[in-house]
Design a protein around this ligand. Structure first.
Ligand code: NDP
Ligand code: 8X3
Length: 413
């Protein structure tokens, strides 16, 4: 069934079914995603339209028209900030959109363009007095009721992946304590809710929870659509979510565990950069801090695939720096050795508490020590980029040399 078999007289409902089927057969069909978005927009279902424009744009980020259509859809639901964001993107992709006839739609004081203007730019479906009123009748849409928000002491937003425990949680707390606005993420939404309550009460700073799995490519690529306007300018992205599963020789490796580690530690981190970096590039400001590991610098027996993912993070940190530094974006990395007060060992050994007792005979660093390092990286003067911080306990010399001579520093803590 080719897309061209539809003709202009097909009623929108039939066309919608047609393109839905096409997408079911092949979700990567850019044209079907785009056409379905346009159809939804033509009947005033702008939120659905946005979803399909987002899908289409993710599949073809350089498409000459989609970003503009998406901007118009956001305008229709009264989200000027996102409308302007996608209008700017549309202009970057296709500079023709800078022309006055398009630009007028995105001026702060938006004057309803007279009929022929919309017609001229191909949106004639809305070119009637009654449909034009949709631009303004926000009651038709379920717009989120603005919550009473707390004022942050530092006007910067930090998004931390994997904030439900360990290093991510400690880092979130560090930034909350300092008065930043924080977006905490992870799969366990109850944990996020609990932490949000604790941090808000304790530090009186705005906290936004956003539960998701970093492996969910579609969700991550549409991340900003999930967030209210005031949360969409991410100043600092901390890519921390990650895990090791198992510790054994490569010839006995568990393929599912390998894939989970690759999908989370490597692909999840990449999706996050791909989703957040473009807005940093547009603003020519931002900071991305990746949590790598000593396992990204050295190898140790039986660590194979986890080690490979962290070596990849190390390489990506350096490669992304080359691409993003021209846009005044800082890219840093922290590479810890063993870190206690995390769930890392419990997860690696599938909840086997005996095997997970790997910190009892020496003093490793703690999640708070790593959070301090991350905070240090993030708070240098704007002309300084800490590229890499390798950090280990005093009793750990490298990945494999650990002086397991007891918890000699416990008394000091
Ligand atoms: P934890 O297990 O305590 O924390 C891991 C965090 O990652 C959790 O918040 C978890 O949240 C989140 N996470 C895991 N999988 C996903 C996923 N698919 N989608 C979203 N979030 C996910 O361990 P750490 O704090 O130690 O780990 C944090 C980072 O530090 C990891 O990248 C790890 O590789 C790295 N690291 C750890 C070291 C250590 O010794 N502990 C040493 C060096 C580096 P949830 O389960 O709720 O999704
Ligand atoms: C976690 C530290 O040494 O277990 O990245 O790989 S190690």
């Amino acid at each position: 069934m080719g897309l061209l078999s539809l003709n202009s007289n097909t009623p929108p409902k039939d066309s919608i079914e047609y393109f839905k089927n096409a997408i079911q057969l092949n979700p990567k069909n850019v044209d079907a995603q785009y056409q379905l978005g346009k159809l939804y927009a033509s009947i005033g279902k702008y939120k659905k339209a946005i979803i399909h424009f987002s899908n289409a744009l993710n599949l073809n980020p350089h498409h000459p028209f989609i970003a503009f259509e998406k901007a118009i859809a956001f305008k229709n639901i009264g989200d000027d900030n996102m409308a302007n964001h996608y209008y700017e993107l549309a202009c970057d992709i296709n500079p023709d959109y800078r022309e006055e006839q398009y630009a007028v739609l995105f001026k702060d004081e938006w004057v309803i363009p007279e009929g022929n203007l919309l017609k001229k730019i191909g949106i004639q479906e809305r070119n009637t007095a009654s449909s034009r009123s949709k631009y303004y009748d926000k009651r038709q849409y379920e717009l989120p009721t603005p919550k009473k928000t707390l004022q942050s002491r530092i006007d910067k937003t930090v998004l931390i992946t994997g904030a439900t425990s360990g290093i991510g949680r400690a880092t979130a707390e560090k930034f909350a304590e300092a008065g930043y606005r924080i977006i905490i993420t992870g799969r366990r939404s109850e944990r996020l809710d609990e932490l949000s309550e604790i941090f808000t009460k304790k530090y009186n700073t705005p906290v936004r929870t956003l539960p998701f799995d970093v492996r969910n490519r579609e969700f991550v690529m549409n991340l900003f659509d999930e967030l209210e306007e005031e949360w969409r300018k991410v100043d600092i992205l901390i890519n921390n979510a990650g895990l090791a599963l198992g510790l054994g020789p490569i010839h006995e490796g568990n393929l599912d565990e390998w894939e989970t580690m690759i999908d989370t530690n490597l692909k999840g981190l990449l999706y996050m950069i791909r989703a957040v970096a473009p807005s940093m590039v547009r603003r020519t400001s931002g900071h991305i801090i990746n949590v790598a590991s000593i396992a990204g610098k050295e190898i140790y027996p039986n660590g194979n695939v986890y080690i490979a993912t962290k070596h990849a993070v190390d390489a990506l940190t350096r490669a992304a720096r080359v691409d993003l530094s021209p846009f005044n974006i800082r890219i840093s990395q922290v590479a810890p050795g063993h870190v206690e007060s995390t769930e890392f060992a419990k997860v690696r050994f599938s909840g086997n508490t005996e095997k997970a007792k790997i910190y009892s005979d020496f003093n490793p660093i703690t999640a708070t020590d790593v959070a301090d390092a991350i905070y240090y990286i993030a708070t240098r003067a704007p002309h300084v980029n800490i590229q890499d911080l390798l950090i280990m306990g005093t009793q750990q010399a490298n990945a494999t040399t650990i002086h397991r001579t007891g918890r000699i520093f416990d008394a000091e803590h």
